[in-house]
Design a protein around this ligand. Structure first.
Ligand SMILES: Nc1nc2c(ncn2[C@@H]2O[C@H](COP(=O)(O)OP(=O)(O)OP(=O)(O)O)[C@@H](O)[C@H]2O)c(=O)[nH]1
Ligand SMILES: [Mg+2]
Length: 269
């Protein structure tokens, strides 16, 4: 979605299950408006949080005119096929073979042969979100599949989420890049305060973890790690909103928040 939009709306990490919400990206030109929904990847739910993530996938599918089924071209094809089949799509679908810049022509051809006759597959297109390969062609194809209609959003709207949401996401992205193993998966971010002052924007956010030991890891020796997190997140937020930011982070322990309906709601899930 970021590549198609030419804007970074969705956070990215090398770890799986980074995306937890459906985020809309609205692309408006004189001749068209495309509303993209970036969703979490499809997984078997283990927690209430996962169930909510999968609900957002279902909703996105129910709303859409066209599905983009994105796979890593070197991942297991059977596994991807299983997931795609089980979606029971009622709309056309483009199978996008991503990271194609790392693949040989024969590898790409093999993936094409594999998906060619699948029931859900309208077309297959090798792309690279990173190197922006075939993204222009993809956009052209997308527009051809969309029904004609009036725009849903004003031309200057880029997303359905408020700035505060993206601030929380940027903090989450840094948590995914700084902390190892399970830590990012036990963590939620809640932006408590967002205030535009004269010369800067004051932001206070809570970082929610499940256990005291995790709080210790987040803080690091003498607060070293949380300071690094604060600095990196602040820089990213400053670039996004184009203002100086004062960022304050508190770490709070909330046992089993991933299965707690009230807490999940409070954290925006
Ligand atoms: N080489 C290569 N890497 C890519 C490409 N597109 C994405 N990546 C990398 O793949 C990793 C995952 O990217 P994400 O955008 O987080 O993937 P996602 O599918 O949204 O994953 P979740 O949100 O975790 O479900 C990151 O390290 C990206 O930099 C590509 O075209 N080529
Ligand atoms: Mg994602």
């Amino acid at each position: 979605m970021n590549s198609l939009m030419g804007e970074k709306l969705a956070i990215i990490s090398h770890k799986v299950q980074t995306t937890r919400h459906r985020i809309k990206g609205i692309l408006t030109a004189p001749e068209y408006q495309v509303i993209f929904s970036d969703t979490p990847g499809i997984i078997d739910p283990k927690y209430r949080l996962h169930e909510k993530m999968m609900d957002s996938v279902k909703q996105a599918i129910a709303d859409t005119d066209l599905a983009l089924l994105i796979l890593d071209g070197r991942d297991n094809l059977e596994e991807n096929d299983n997931i795609f089949s089980r979606l029971n799509l009622k709309v056309p679908a483009l199978v996008l073979v991503n990271k194609s810049e790392k693949m040989k022509r024969e590898e790409i051809d093999a993936v094409k042969v594999f998906f060619k006759d699948k029931k859900y597959c309208s077309e297959i297109l090798p792309i690279s979100a990173l190197k922006k390969i075939n993204i222009d062609i993809l956009l052209k194809r997308i527009i051809e599949y969309l029904p004609e209609g009036e725009p849903f959003f004003d031309g200057d709207e880029m997303t359905d989420r408020p700035v505060k949401f993206f601030v929380g996401e940027m903090i989450r992205e840094k948590i995914f890049s700084i902390y190892e193993d399970e830590i990012p998966y036990h963590t939620a971010v809640l932006v408590q305060e967002y205030q535009e002052k004269d010369t800067l924007t004051k932001i206070q956010a809570d970082i929610i973890v499940q256990r005291e030991t995790q709080k210790g890891i987040l803080l690091g020796e003498g607060g070293k790690m949380i300071r690094r997190l604060g600095t990196e997140a602040r820089r990213e937020i400053e670039e996004f909103i184009g203002r100086k930011v004062f960022l304050e982070l508190f770490v709070k322990v909330r046992p089993k928040w991933r299965d707690n309906e009230l807490q999940l709601r409070e954290y925006g899930y």
